[in-house]
Design a protein around this ligand. Structure first.
Ligand SMILES: N[C@@H](CCC(=O)N[C@@H](CS)C(=O)NCC(=O)O)C(=O)O
Length: 232
């Protein structure tokens, strides 16, 4: 099959980029990934990205698609469409849960930016409520729509990935009361499209990103980095 040339303008840590990258890998579509510095956005990027945000998918060096959920749907639809149900009600339900995963990512941001313990507790409670809501909507697994890996999985995998570091830094577990969500998170962490959506140095990069926050978890990240340096 002849694919258009696809370039995914990206950032190493961006969860929305990961969502698009997972969709591309799930559909086995060749693409070039071009990571940019969001702290110093290149002019060529600002000219092409209507919102100045990644991901952006450049198709055949010409047409620009933006918004990760739109990019993921384009990729799926142009390659035979297995990542959304063919039943409209199920499909739009899945797209609604994909949108929900964006809210989960925003809630995670509130957790690692929380600047005192009461803000941390509030953010944690909010996330636990989110996970309870997801728990009620999970069935047999391993994926959100059971045996069908969909864009909901592509959307939640990058969100779950944050907790590898957050649980380590805080010494707290976030999934003990939601066993189905815990099993979903584990299954996603073992999926090759999810593993390949970030570079090998993702953990160090995310740790440094969190350490740059003037927040409770940012300070924990700083201590961890200092301990690593002292041990080296
Ligand atoms: N709704 C957008 C969100 C994309 C987004 O927020 N990207 C962030 C990085 S994770 C970004 O480019 N931020 C740069 C900025 O806002 O200046 C999508 O799903 O693609």
């Amino acid at each position: 099959m002849n694919h258009p040339k696809l370039t995914l303008i990206s950032h190493h840590l961006c969860p929305y980029v990961q969502r698009a990258a997972i969709a591309l890998r799930e559909r086995d579509v060749p693409f070039e990934r071009r990571d940019i510095d969001l702290g110093d956005k290149p002019d060529w990027f600002l000219k092409r990205s209507p919102l100045g945000k990644v991901p952006v998918l450049v198709v055949d060096d010409d047409v620009v698609l933006f918004e990760s959920s739109v990019i993921a749907q384009y990729v799926d639809e142009t390659t035979g469409g297995h990542l959304l149900s063919s039943d409209p009600l199920e499909k739009y339900g899945q797209l609604a849960w994909l949108e929900y995963s964006s809210q989960v990512i925003a809630s995670i941001g509130r957790l690692y930016n929380a600047d005192d313990q009461s803000a941390v507790s509030a953010a944690r409670t909010n996330l636990e409520n989110i996970f309870r809501r997801l728990e009620q909507n999970l069935d047999e697994g391993p994926w959100f729509s059971n045996e069908h890996f969909t864009l909901v999985d592509a959307g939640m995998a990058p969100a779950f990935r944050y907790f590898d570091i957050i649980e380590n830094l805080t010494g707290q577990e976030f999934f003990t009361n939601t066993p189905k969500v815990a099993a979903w998170r584990k299954a996603l962490s073992e999926r090759s499209s999810v593993i390949d959506a970030v570079s090998e140095d993702f953990t160090e990069r995310l740790l440094s990103f969190i350490a740059a926050r003037d927040s409770v978890i940012g300070r924990l990240a700083n201590k961890t980095i200092a301990a690593h340096r002292a041990a080296a």
